[in-house]
Design a binder for this molecule. Sequence first.
Ligand code: PLP
Length: 396
Amino acid sequence: MTAGTAQDSARLLAALAAAAEDRIVFDLTGIEERYEALRRELPGVDVRFAMKACPVDEVLACLAGKGAGVDGASPRELEQALRAGVPVGRTHYGNTVKSDRDIADAHRLGVRDFATDSLEDVAAIAAHAPGARVFCRLATSGEGALWGLSNKFGCSPEDAVRIMEAARERGLVPSGLSVHVGSQQMTADAWRSAVECLADVLAVLRRRGIVLSHVNLGGGLPALGYLDRFGTPLDPPLDKIFAVIREGMRHLRKAHGQDLQFVLEPGRHLVADHGAIRTHVARLAKRRGPDGERQYWLYLACGKFNGLYELDALQYRLVFPTHPEAALVPAVVAGPTCDSDDAYPQEHGLVHVPKDLASGDPVWVLSSGAYAISYTTQGFNGFDPLPYAFTREERS
Ligand SMILES: *Cc1c(COP(=O)(O)O)cnc(C)c1O
């Protein structure tokens, strides 16, 4: 198996098969193994899990047990991470958007590292977390990613220099630079360009007497088991991405000292392929659309508002365990709510599903462990959030 292949663990499939009711199952051993694989690929990198991808106590605890830190985006998230056993020194406040109160609350929790991208935010950190370390987020294009995350976050290289100088003037410690190349980034080039930009800003800052201790290469590492909008495996070039990151680290250390530290904030990469949903068929129906054409629709009990939020940009792998050899028909897949966005968009390809699916038949949604819990509503239309279940390797 290459690093870039999706692998559904027998444990996870067995847990899905054993589930008589709908649930989301996390394979904790799979998550630990993915973390360890990442550490092997990028030795010496400080991995801080972007917990919004899976804010589940058991998942945080298993990663904390392996030594992972956490990238938190609010005092509540950071508090949850600390409760799960992450040492406060291995956390940072990675959100550039925060109120005065958020900063003060995080500071009270003991958090001493804050992301920033504006002079206003630096002034607020200086006031409410005096003496803290700050790292400045540089904007990226988001090109090559399924979700770009550009625009709202990060600043230009010129502004980064101004912001870090302002931080120093206000008694903060300018400690690093960060980027996020966009979520589910599919190209190694995104990291190559990010490193070039980081190198330039590090050099300018050094000339102004600001020597940074770390570079945070953010999240964006892909999940392996998604299909694109037309149903073809996305197949991200993970080995190449790791090679480019290693090369980038070598390059930056050569220019800025061997003691330059690296941080990574993977979210979906650690959890997506190790979580899966057991749901069921609400109905397979054939309806005439506005164009007069008849079309199959597969309505699942699970959709955009209770586990499959990202169905607007990808297709999930579906398994129909009770119909392994059935005749298939092309269908639009949709969730159960009264919201028309709760469906694969028109532009998506159709999904081939067994023709004789009956209401209640189980359906497994693979590689759905990331951003499922965090984007679940409080029972929109009365469709409750999925209960969690866990599986892990039995240790003798
Ligand atoms: C969401 C987020 C991440 C994780 O992104 P993934 O694409 O899931 O890896 C990392 N860092 C920050 C600051 C984020 O907001």
